[in-house]
Design a protein around this ligand. Sequence first.
Ligand code: SF4
Ligand code: SF4
Length: 159
Amino acid sequence: MPTFVYMTSCDGCGHCVDICPSDIMHIDPTYRRAYNIEPDMCWECYSCVKACPQNAIDARGYADFAPLGHSVRVRRDEEKGTISWRVKFRNGTEKNFLSPITTKPWGTGYPELKDEPAPSNEMRDSQHLYSEPKYIRMDDGDVHTLESNKLKMKLGVYY
Ligand code: SF4
Ligand code: SF4
């Protein structure tokens, strides 16, 4: 159970879908609630847990602090600026941790990518990208942009 969504708490806002680096949080088209479509591919990065305004997502804790049989609840409190973790161990022990929220408010970290110039050929041929072209579709000699691929950048959730 890398992540698990409580359907009665989720309101389908899609923040977890936007932020998941593994693209495995999706909105069920019928119930309009989020769920993890590929638990095996979850990095357990907790990004979705921290982004969820409804505290609707549970996640498995790392084995070093919470061995099998535990449960972890993470609650983010924007007003207090804190994020708290409640870990219940299988022997009944409960531990609570409280930390300040150190991320930016939701939505303020979006760069205006649509206003950024396309990368130049020099940037594309940079040593920093020596193993990348094949994977970022730049291997046919031209620089790909959203426009050249007939794509548009949108903010929000794709259902
Ligand atoms: S914990 Fe990370 S990888 Fe796993 S579903 Fe959430 S955002 Fe995606
Ligand atoms: S961020 Fe939380 S409330 Fe929003 S869709 Fe995901 S699980 Fe549901």
